[in-house]
Design a protein around this ligand. Structure first.
Ligand code: MD5
Ligand code: FE
Length: 196
């Protein structure tokens, strides 16, 4: 379900950005390595009780940021409310996000086709909030080779991926250069999950 949710967040845009900046000061976005040894192009960080990481040992959720050795910054109440409200609008009333994965894309950065399968309970949705520059998002079916649809994700768009779509293959095409009034030459995606 796609919520053209400008209204939900517009009023607090600047607060959202300063909250994000505060998190990224504590746990800076960084490039991570896949188990196969490739570097991802988007930079990542997290807030919440858990954070998603990847390195040569694999994909997993951790309590501590391996870069700082400290716990991930806590999930701000305003983020939790946004994610829970969006999930509830789509019919997921039991969703308790414990992770916000923050993906930072610069021009040219992309994310290859993948499934999100590192969470415990696939009946819980994933809520994605797009900020900054628009990106072409690709999603297919549960098999890698299934037909793909493309949608443009713009600042303020909120998507709730649940039910049959929860395990669909998806990816982000290389980010086109541009300038966003709030975030500059960047796209930031917040991905809320109930991982634990
Ligand atoms: C992004 N991030 O735009 C996307 C938004 C990630 C990731 O894919 O893993 O960090 S999340 C979009 C999503 C989640 C779960 C299922 C589906 C899409 N889907 O079925 O297409 O940075
Ligand atoms: Fe994903």
């Amino acid at each position: 379900m796609m919520l053209k949710a400008y209204a939900l967040i517009e009023a607090q845009d600047h607060k959202l950005v300063s909250t994000l900046q505060n998190i990224m000061n504590q746990s800076p976005p960084r490039r991570m390595q896949t188990p196969g040894g490739r570097w991802m192009s988007a930079q990542m960080t997290n807030c919440g009780d858990l954070g998603w990481i990847t390195d040569k040992s694999g994909y997993r959720y951790t309590r501590e940021d391996p870069l700082t050795g400290k716990l991930w910054p806590s999930l701000p109440a305003s983020f939790k409310l946004l994610a829970k409200s969006a999930a509830a609008l789509a019919g997921y009333r039991q969703f308790i996000p414990d992770v916000c994965l923050i993906n930072v894309y610069q021009p040219g950065d992309k994310m290859g086709l993948h499934q999100d399968r590192d969470e415990q309970d696939f009946t819980q949705p994933i809520v994605s909030v797009s900020l900054g520059l628009p990106a072409k998002f690709q999603f297919g079916g549960t098999a890698r080779n299934d037909a793909k649809q493309q949608i443009l994700l713009s600042h303020g768009d909120v998507l709730v991926w649940g039910g049959a779509k929860r395990l669909n293959f998806h990816g982000v095409l290389p980010l086109k250069d541009g300038h966003h009034p709030l975030l500059g030459r960047k796209r930031i995606n917040l991905t809320f999950r109930q991982a634990g």
